[in-house]
Design a protein around this ligand. Structure first.
Ligand code: FPP
Length: 266
């Protein structure tokens, strides 16, 4: 039996079930479980992160081919500094290496890469690679790849509140002008459309300080699979599950005309 063909057939089967008209255009991902995946195999945690990069490449490709427009991943949270220094150094080094190796292809794919978070604590060489990658790809418009590093949702909200307070005290805006739209435009995500779908791997059911404002109405899909084992098959399952949801945004399900008397609301 040709195992590769069986896998391809299964992926194609799922692909056929996806409604291309109802794709989540922006998907946020918490890539969790790298360490556990490596430990389970008797390997150092760093192997999990390396394998995590391979998976990320596959998922970026699959989402772009499908017609999604934005992927936002949580690569390093403000809380990740509390990990052993060796692991933090490994991750910082991995970000530089991956960028150096992949930026040409990212650019050729007309993908724009953007780093979201406070970059100031990172070493100069990483900040320089980030800056050159962002400027190289800034006019690309096929796909947006947001990488959240040293990012925290609460910190982001506090930062916006401070900026608006400063603008207000400088007389640039009136407090009464502060609304959701203005607040949203000041976020690190720069006012792009919120993710319709959040995928978190490894079975954990938490948001972990990720995109707190932007995820307000996102559908959440928890996959039990550890990130280094995640693949196109699991990704398409998440999208099919998303498409089965009834997104009401706090309203009610749309009902056949005439189901309710207008008088019910008066
Ligand atoms: C979570 O697993 C994963 C991370 C903190 C790092 C993820 C980073 C990458 C995959 C590299 C991405 C690189 C670029 C350039 C975008 P964990 O370590 O928390 O796993 P555990 O919960 O099993 O301990």
């Amino acid at each position: 039996m040709n195992l590769e063909k069986v896998v391809d057939d299964k992926i194609n089967e799922l692909l056929m079930k996806i409604d291309k008209q109802k794709l989540p255009k922006h998907i946020a991902i918490i890539m969790d479980g790298n360490g556990r995946w490596a430990i389970k195999r008797g390997l150092p945690r760093s192997f999990g992160h390396k394998q995590g990069v391979n998976v990320l490449k596959k998922i970026l490709k699959a989402s772009k081919n499908l017609g999604c427009k934005v992927i936002t991943v949580y690569a390093f949270s403000t809380e990740n500094w509390s990990r052993p220094i060796k692991e933090v150094e490994f991750l910082i080094n991995l970000f530089s290496e991956v960028l150096k190796k992949e930026i040409k292809e990212i650019h050729e794919e007309s993908t724009k890469i953007k780093f979201i978070g406070d970059l100031t604590p990172f070493p100069k060489n990483l900040r320089e690679i980030i800056s050159s990658s962002e400027s190289l790809t800034k006019n690309n418009n096929e796909f947006l790849f947001n990488v959240c590093v040293n990012y925290g949702g609460r910190q982001e909200i506090v930062k916006v509140a401070k900026e608006l307070a400063l603008k207000s005290s400088a007389g640039e805006i009136k407090p009464s002008e502060i609304n959701e739209e203005l607040f949203n435009s000041e976020l690190l995500t720069g006012g792009i459309k919120d993710p319709e779908l959040l995928i978190r791997t490894s079975g954990e059911k938490r948001i972990s300080n990720f995109l707190l404002w932007q995820l307000a109405y996102s559908e959440i899909y928890i996959s039990d699979v550890l990130w280094p084992e995640f693949n196109e098959h699991e990704f398409f399952k998440a999208i099919i599950d998303y498409q089965s949801r009834n997104r009401r945004f706090g309203g009610i399900e749309s009902l056949p005309t005439g189901s309710f008397e207008d008088s019910q609301y008066s």
